[in-house]
Design a protein around this ligand. Structure first.
Ligand code: NAD
Length: 351
């Protein structure tokens, strides 16, 4: 199958592209603007692989996006490109509206004109999978879980822009008949995660003996899913999801932030006893404005309908993630040292 993946040089996108090409043998065009959050080195193992191509393009550029559809003639689209960091959305909301809202509209329009030109089996099987977050549902009361019926209540510029993009994707299905699927997923962790996010930031700070900053009282709860479980879930939705439906994907691993950081310190004590005990590095800092208290996913619909389920145990996979960062310093050191932005390490983009 020919699959167009947007945002494939990011954290989740790269795990997905590697899974699609290396494990499933699909042909993939990665369309990515290579913003600060991209790391083409994540796809270095695909260099020279005839089933993969990287196109440097902005999803807000209709000319570039339409040309990609024309040249590659995708049989499916998996749309992940986004501005994704909540803290940045608070200081620079404009970039989030542009990429997440306008960019999604450009992708949907291009997919629609491509779809309208298809006929026969190609038209029956074409899918547009829009990848989104559970943050669109806002904050849960203690013990609560999101389901596909939960009410939208986004509370940060990031989640508001993702909520808008979800509504656009559903509207293109209802209004134009585009075969859209939507997924909303919980917090991901695993290899190749940009070091501004909670888990990689804590890993690298612990490695360097720096403070581990925990927002507020540390009791905000999140559901954690390993990025490879997420990638498998996205493929399950693409292959077996019902058109027009939404599927929630989660890891069945709800933890508060403080217990995540403590689990990480315990794993560091085992892997690097010389720097321990690492819990002494935990430092509480002023809370993020509008910090939602609890997100938790009930993935029961995806499990029942798609035969998919998360497989990783959180604490064991967290330790594997730490080991990945210890073994792959060449991946993160240039980013950590501020040398990465603007560099094109490894893969040469198609234009
Ligand atoms: P990321 O920030 O690691 O990667 C985003 C990628 O999109 C980068 O490669 C970047 O260069 C690219 N991009 C950004 N703007 C672009 C533009 N205008 N045109 C083309 N490419 C552009 O993000 P991620 O964590 O991998 O998230 C991927 C998707 O999954 C996002 O849509 C996000 O909302 C969603 N999601 C993320 C999580 C999570 O925990 N990280 C959870 C649920 C859903």
């Amino acid at each position: 199958m020919r699959i167009l993946v947007t945002g494939g040089c990011g954290f989740i996108g790269s795990a997905l592209v590697l899974h699609l090409v290396q494990n499933l043998g699909h042909e993939v065009l990665t369309l990515d603007a290579l913003t600060y959050a991209a790391n083409p080195v994540s796809l270095a193992s695909l260099e020279g692989n005839p089933r993969h191509r990287l196109l440097e393009a902005d999803i807000c550029d209709p000319g570039a996006v339409n040309a990609a559809f024309r040249d590659f003639a995708p049989e499916a689209v998996m749309h992940l490109a986004a501005e994704s960091h909540v803290d940045r959305s608070i200081s620079e909301p404009g970039a989030f509206i542009r990429t997440n809202v306008t960019g999604t509209q450009v992708m949907l329009d291009a997919a629609r004109s491509h779809y309208e030109g298809l006929s026969g089996a190609g038209r029956d099987t074409f899918r547009f999978l829009h990848v989104s977050t559970d943050e669109v549902y806002g904050s849960l009361p203690p013990g609560g879980f999101f389901t596909e019926e939960s009410r939208y209540d986004p509370r940060s510029p990031y989640s508001a822009s993702k909520a808008a993009s979800d509504h656009l994707a559903r509207a293109w299905h209802e209004t134009y008949g585009l075969p859209v699927l939507v997924t909303n997923c919980s917090n991901n962790y695993g290899p190749r995660h940009f070091p501004e996010k909670l888990i990689p930031l804590m890993i690298l700070n612990a490695l360097e003996g720096r403070p581990l900053p925990v927002y507020g009282d540390g009791l905000n709860e999140r559901d954690w899913i390993h990025v490879e479980d997420h990638a498998r879930g996205l493929v399950a939705v693409l292959e077996r999801g019902r058109v027009g439906q939404t599927y929630l994907l989660g890891g069945r691993a709800v933890r508060n932030n403080l217990s995540v950081v403590k689990a990480l310190c315990a794993a560091f004590d085992r892997l690097r006893p010389q720097g321990g005990p690492h819990e002494r590095l935990i430092t509480f800092v002023a809370d993020r404005p509008g910090h939602d208290r609890r997100y938790a996913i009930d993935p029961g619909k995806a499990e029942a309908e798609l035969g998919w389920a998360p497989t990783k145990s959180f604490e064991a996979a967290l330790e594997d993630t730490i080991a990945w960062y210890l073994d792959n310093q060449a991946w993160w050191r240039p980013i950590r040292e501020g040398r990465y932005r603007g560099e094109r390490l490894g893969l040469a983009p198609a234009r």
